[in-house]
Design a protein around this ligand. Structure first.
Ligand code: NAG
Ligand code: NAG
Ligand code: NAG
Ligand code: NAG
Length: 594
């Protein structure tokens, strides 16, 4: 409830904020933007609910923020986009971030001409000194901007324009669209771009100082308009798909991995439990007139904070909201109210306390006050001071009792919840499996614990070997000896050939049509080539790695503790990718159920 209310407040702030703060036309010379810091968009952890297909029913339980759309280069409230505000929603599932943008707008679509269709873009801050205004704000010209002269001004942009994009179809979602060193999709309408200023903008993987193959188009997207009816997913290629000018709303859906393979500051990297900065822009052919590049609306004149809420912290918050806590809080409040009533109704001798209480009473709704005063009529004739002191002692004692009791109940709640979520995981698996093979392993590290699901079906021998190693306690004290940001963390023996060395020079042998399903982040694997003396090393990927299964035997995936993996990934390392402060595995526990 409290969270809902806070969220409603945030939405209100978001709605009121930009209008209230953007001054009207005065500053035609210097750019001026007073942006509130209170505006935040929250990406909650909600796995498995979103499909990127332009149909937004799957977003109905996700809270959003509404923003007025003002001309980006002339943020005058009188020139606000007249058909309505933009609703922005975001969630993540521990691997991917999902965004939904909804704008009212009569149907406008001209095939092959993007400027006569609506268009949207998302921009994210990468460099710490990158401004939203002027796409990073680097003070260099097109000939002098490089990744050195503009260091710190990097922004990441996703732009989706509709000219040839069929409604309801997924763009950017196949290996051809996502080929290395090319930030655009096959149709050129869903592009992954980075910039330092409006003149220095490049497709991911390309730039003034060379083409780099680790960057690519990491986005997937789809669009829809509410006046369209046929959502077969295979609409005929004729246009327009509905008649011009029909009332309705445009929907845009996008997804992107939280982490990408980019290591040249071309992609923003999202961290669970932390905030990123974003803004959104919208182009619309007002009165059928084509728009041009800089004539877009924007939801804010400055960055908006985007919080990636940790899934792990959800149950804690739920537990805090349990009836027990409400009861504790209520009884405490009731005690204070009763205490105040006693003084309030009694004589005015305790002036100081009395005025404090009046303050408290004034904040309680009149009806509540009335009810309370009915119950508490006619205080006894015992000295009020004595009454108050004894009352206070009892209240404090009761509160301590409640607090310790709550501590215990919450502990058991927790265990119960964990059991429940384990059962859910089991159900989602569906197929009956042998009871005696552990399905999960909890890897305790000095940073926290990581829960992995084991792919017994896919890699039985490797899982068996892993289980035997666990039972022999071989992982106790194993160190993460190689930590490569946006790539992989590796525990175990790294001082032998064939492990990470050739990974870091990857790209050469990359087969661009590799359709391996397991090139995702947070996969668990071990080296294919084992050293003579045996040994079992562990890899956890932190970004999608296209040729993953060529490198390692994947035998599981992280299902809880992604944030711990990211925490390990963030530590300082030396030039051999070895963490400066050792991080070790304390214990690996096998589990049949969670
Ligand atoms: C950002 O600006 C500050 C102050 O001008 C500077 O000290 C810092 O080095 C800059 N950061 C980057 C990454 O360039
Ligand atoms: C700049 O780009 C070049 C080529 O893409 C790359 O080799 C170099 O490491 C980059 N420098 C920085 C500071 O990112
Ligand atoms: C990068 O690739 C693009 C497209 O293939 C090409 O036009 C450009 O010249 C390349 N840039 C460099 C510096 O190699
Ligand atoms: C592993 O970590 C979890 C939570 O961090 C803790 O409850 C558990 O006792 C730990 N297990 C071992 C064997 O250290």
């Amino acid at each position: 409830m409290l969270r809902l209310r806070v969220f409603a407040l945030l939405i209100a702030a978001a709605v009121l904020g930009p209008i209230g703060r953007v001054n009207s036309h005065e500053e035609s010379g210097d750019w001026h933007c007073d942006s509130g810091s209170g505006i935040r968009v929250q990406a909650q952890f909600k796995p498995g609910i979103i499909t990127v297909d332009g149909i937004v029913d799957d977003w109905k339980d996700v809270g959003g923020s509404d923003f007025p759309l003002l001309p980006a280069l002339d943020p005058d409230a009188d020139k606000e986009y007249s058909a309505g505000k933009m609703t922005l929603k975001a969630v993540h599932d521990g691997k991917e971030a999902y965004f939904m943008l909804q704008v009212n707008g009569n149907y406008a679509y001209t095939q092959g001409d993007s400027s006569k269709c609506p268009s949207v873009a998302l921009m994210f801050q990468i460099g710490e000194n990158a401004s939203y205004h002027r796409m990073g704000g680097c003070e260099q010209g097109p000939d002098t901007c490089t990744n050195k002269t503009c260091h710190g001004h990097e922004v990441d942009i996703m732009h989706f324009s509709l000219g040839n994009a069929i409604p309801g179809r997924l763009y950017g979602g196949n290996p051809i669209d996502n080929r290395e060193g090319y930030g655009g999709d096959r149709f050129g309408h869903l592009v992954d771009v980075y910039a330092w200023n409006p003149h220095c903008r490049f497709l991911d993987g390309m730039g003034p100082s060379g083409n780099d193959t680790t960057a690519q188009n990491d986005w997937q997207g789809s669009w829809w308009h509410s006046s369209l009816t046929d959502h077969s997913g295979f609409i005929k290629d004729d246009s327009p798909y509905a008649s011009e000018g029909q009332k309705g709303a445009y929907y845009f859906e996008f997804s992107r991995p939280l982490r990408t393979m980019d290591r040249l500051q071309q992609d923003a990297q999202f961290t669970i439990g932390k905030s990123s900065k974003l803004s959104a822009a919208f182009w619309y052919p007002v009165d059928g007139k084509p728009w041009h590049g800089s004539a877009h609306y924007s939801i804010s004149c400055d960055w908006i904070l985007l919080d990636f809420i940790s899934g792990g912290s959800e149950p804690i918050k739920v537990a805090q909201g349990s009836p027990w806590d409400a009861a504790t809080a209520f009884s405490l409040l009731f005690s204070v109210v009763a205490f105040c009533m006693a003084i309030f109704i009694g004589s005015g001798s305790e002036l100081k306390i009395s005025s404090l209480c009046q303050g408290i009473m004034a904040r309680i709704k009149p009806q509540a006050l009335l009810q309370q005063s009915k119950k508490k009529k006619g205080p006894s004739r015992i000295s009020i001071a004595t009454f108050v002191i004894y009352g206070l002692i009892i209240v404090v004692m009761a509160f301590f009792l409640f607090a310790s009791y709550r501590h215990w109940t919450r502990r058991s709640n927790f265990q119960a919840e964990d059991m429940l979520s384990g059962v859910e995981h089991d159900n989602s698996f569906g197929e009956p499996t042998k009871v005696d093979v552990p399905k999960y392993a909890v890897i305790n590290t000095s940073k926290g614990s990581i829960t992995v699901e084991l792919y017994k079906e896919g890699s039985p021998e490797v899982v068996d070997e892993f289980i035997v190693s666990c039972q022999k306690g071989r992982f106790k004290g194993m160190l993460f000896n190689r930590v490569i940001k946006n790539f992989v963390i590796q525990g175990g023996d790294v001082n032998r050939p064939g492990t990470t060395e050739d990974w870091t020079s990857r790209g050469k042998h990359y087969n661009q049509l590799d359709t391996s399903l397991k090139h995702e982040a947070f996969m668990l694997g071990t080296s294919k080539v084992k050293p003579d003396g045996g040994g079992f090393d562990l890899f956890i990927t932190t970004a999608p790695i296209p040729d993953l299964t060529e490198k390692i035997n994947v035998f599981g995936r992280v299902i809880k503790g992604e944030d711990i993996v990211q925490e390990i990934e963030e530590v300082d390392t030396d030039e051999h990718y070895r963490p400066k402060a050792p991080i070790g595995i304390t214990e690996v526990t096998l589990k049949q159920k969670l």
